[in-house]
Design a binder for this molecule. Sequence first.
Ligand code: PHE
Length: 343
Amino acid sequence: MQETFDKAHAVLEEIKNAMPANAEEVEQFRIKYLGSKSVLKELFGCMGQLPNERKKEYGQLMNTLKATAEGKLEELKAGFENGASASREIPDLSAPGYQFPMGTRHPLSIVKNQIIDIFSRIGFVVAEGPEIEDDWHNFTALNTPKDHPARDMQDTFFLTEDKQWMLRTHTSSVQIRKMESEKPPMRYIFPGRVYRNETISARAHCTFHQVEGLYIDENVSFADLKQNMLFFAQEMFGRNVEVRFRPSFFPFTEPSAEVDISCFVCGGKGCPVCKQSGWVEIGGCGMVDPAVMENCRLDPTKYSGFAFGMGIERITMLKYRINDLRLFFENDLRFLRQFESAF
Ligand code: PHE
C-alpha cells in the first residue's frame, strides 16, 4: 500500500522537474501525464486497492498531481508560444553582448567641453542665461549706444516691433545677469547659442555658439587677462603657441583687444590656415568698462575685471581644419562620424 503512495509522490516530483526542450517534448509530457493512457490514470486506478481510511488522503494526492501536471503544461505551452528558445542549451554567458550603435559627439560639443574643461582648471564656473533677451541685458547695460550698428534690423533678430525683445546676439548678456545678481569675486564662463541676422555662407551663419568669460574681483589687471588667454591658447592649441593682443573696441570693455595666436599649423611661418600671416584670431576681450559695472550696481572704484569672448565654431574650424561653417548644422553623418573624443 505504501508503495502506491511512494509511486504517486515520485510521479509528482517527476512532473515538477520535467524540462521538455521543445514543443514536441511538451506534447510527450502531455501524453505521459494527462493523456488517455497516462501515468496519472494508472495511479487513479490504484485507488480501489487502498483501505478505506486512506482513500481520502490518496484522492487529495491525486488532485495535487493532476493540478500540478495541468499547471505545468500551461506554463510550458505559454513559454514555447512566446518564442522562447526551442533549445534549452545554456547560452555562452561569456560571449560579448549585442553591439548597440553608438553616436558620436558633435564637434561643437567636443570643443565646447574642452574649453569648459580648460577654464574650469583655473577656477571658472559655467553659467547660462536665456536665448531670448531684453534690450537691457543684450545692449543697454552693456553700454551699447542707441545708434550702434548691432541694434540694426540687419544684424539682430528682434522679436517685437519696439525692439525690446530679441534673440541674444552674444552671450555677454549673461555677464550682466551675473553681475546684477552676485557680488565679486566672480569667475564665470558662459557657453551658449547666439543669433545674428547674417546671410548664411561658408564663413557666417545666423546662429552660432560662443563661450564668454568674466572675472571680477579687487585688483584684476590687464596682465591677468593676457595670462589667462595665453593659458587657454596653449592648453587648446599646444605649448608652443604665442598670444598677441591687437587694440580693438567693444562698447562694454575698455581697453579692448582682439586675441590672436601664433599659427599652430605652421608655427608662424605662414600657411593657408593663417593665410600666410603667421597669426590666427580666436576672440575678443577687454577690461570690463566701469559704466557696465555701474549699470549692475557694482563699484568700479573697488572692483575691476576682465571679459573675453570667442566663437566655438571658429575654434573648432581651426582645430579640425574645417573650411565650411555650414557643415556644423547640416547633420550629415559622414561629417559627424569623424569626431571621436573623450569629451
Ligand atoms: N561679445 C563680443 C562679441 O560677441 C565678444 C566679447 C566678449 C568681447 C567679451 C569682449 C569681451 O563679439
